[in-house]
Write a new protein. Structure first.
Length: 140
């Protein structure tokens, strides 16, 4: 059953590992890779990566990407969102800290942030445009 707008935004706002998919070129399937991301209901979705990475080059070229997050235990649920890149630029200390804090234990965030090179990171912002979601209920 599809999720309501409020439910799908709330689910996307949780700290899931996302699968990012972006067009990889003629004759190629989309590149699909795991990423950490940040999202607040009603806002833009953000992820950061090395600016020289293959995914960064593809996202910049395509100008859009999709993200899929899922829960693989009852109740099985997923949200997929696709949209245009509305901005990209150097990752700030706040960007890196906010995203790291979603995924790491509190005592590990500072060390992770201090060990990261902000000079190579870029943050992409996507405006969610197309949504697909489902809660498959307790199967079994």
């Amino acid at each position: 059953m599809p999720l309501s707008m409020a439910a799908r935004e709330a689910f996307l706002a949780e700290a899931h590992i996302a699968s990012l998919a972006v067009e990889a070129g003629e004759g190629r399937a989309p590149l699909t890779v795991p990423v950490w991301y940040d999202y607040l209901p009603g806002g833009d979705l953000r992820f950061l990566t090395d600016g020289d990475s293959h995914k960064a080059r593809l996202v910049a070229k395509a100008g859009r990407f999709s993200i899929l997050v899922q829960r693989d235990s009852p109740t099985y649920r997923y949200v997929s969102v696709e949209g245009p890149v509305v901005s990209s630029g150097p990752t700030t200390l706040d960007d890196l800290t906010r995203i790291a804090a979603r995924y790491l234990p509190p005592d590990a965030v500072s060390g992770y942030v201090q060990g990261s090179d902000l000079n190579v990171l870029v943050t992409f912002r996507m405006r969610p445009e197309h949504w697909l979601s489902a809660d498959l209920g307790a199967l079994g």
